[in-house]
Design a protein around this ligand. Structure first.
Ligand code: PAF
Length: 282
């Protein structure tokens, strides 16, 4: 496994690999890797000749009062984990490399970035689409892998790839959960013991809504209300529900009344100081 920390070297390597007929799979990450990331890497390994993992805590996707400075990092551990799933290249650029002085270009997807997480994180998705475009241009992948935990991010990136004719396939990978149901996330590391113990209530509440849906309740506001009630019953720590909404799984439009199309219930909760997101296909 090779580590490359400079975008020119990375791009030269990718161009040379393309010329030699090698396919490339990219797994973009912000590091502090967990089993969810490793699953993306395993899927990438099956799909392409070369697997590139990028590790970059992207400053422009964090808001002014968010957790950029304390975002968990563990490069040594991350490199070991990448090696264990036979990654070929770990790309670890610096902020200065990706955002040199006078940097002033961005990539923005409009409507679907304004809902759900976009309401409380107004510039977040523009930061994501800008860095992901750069990573695509630097690593020249044939395939790029993203987790379905960030359901909206995946939809935004798919939209961008279609709209801007990026010549690659986006592959979404199902959420990997802890044994108690909590969706894996680097941010779970922030949770103190009591909150960590109560966090699985989020997935349990979504699962309960799914059960009601399969028993015939197709009413979107009612299902969302049930999830909120479940959380209020089962979480004793301080928490704030940012949103519980049901969206058409394919075009990311909100379903405000009867659910007639394939739908996904999405949630963002602040549990203590930690913002957690999750979703479940109904
Ligand atoms: O999902 C993430 O970890 C990040 O948003 C991504 C896609 C690596 C862009 O920084």
């Amino acid at each position: 496994m090779k580590q490359i920390n400079n975008s020119h070297e990375m791009q030269a390597f990718a161009r040379e690999s393309c010329r030699n007929g090698k396919s490339i799979a990219l797994v973009p990450t912000m590091g502090f890797l967990h089993e969810g990331h490793l699953e993306l890497m395993r899927r990438a390994r099956e799909k392409a000749d070369l697997v590139v993992v990028s590790i970059f805590v992207n400053p422009i996707q964090f808001g002014p009062n968010e957790d950029l400075d304390c975002y968990p990092r563990d490069l040594k551990g991350d490199l070991d984990k990448c090696q264990s799933v036979e990654v070929d290249i770990v790309f670890t650029p610096t902020p200065k490399d990706l955002y040199p002085d006078h940097f002033q270009t961005s990539v923005a997807v409009s409507d679907i970035t304004k809902v759900l997480c976009g309401t409380s994180r107004p510039n977040h998705f523009q930061g994501v689409t800008t860095v992901v475009s750069k990573l695509f241009n630097i690593t020249l992948p044939d395939f790029a892998f993203f987790g379905e935990k960030d359901f909206q991010q995946l939809a935004v990136i798919r939209r961008m790839v279609v709209d801007l004719n990026f010549p690659l396939e986006i592959i979404g990978v199902p959420i990997v959960r802890e044994s108690d149901g909590l969706a894996m996330s680097s941010r779970n590391a922030y949770l103190p013991a009591q909150e960590r113990a109560e966090a699985p209530a989020i997935y349990q509440a979504l699962t309960y809504a799914k059960e009601l849906f399969s028993q015939g309740n197709k009413n979107s506001p009612e299902l969302c209300q049930t999830v909120s009630e479940q959380l209020n019953q089962n979480i004793k720590s301080d928490f704030i529900i940012e949103y519980i909404e049901i969206y058409d799984s394919l075009n990311l439009t909100q379903i405000k009344d009867t659910i007639l199309a394939p739908a996904t219930i999405l949630i963002a909760v602040h549990l203590g100081k930690t913002r957690l997101i999750d979703n479940l296909q109904l």
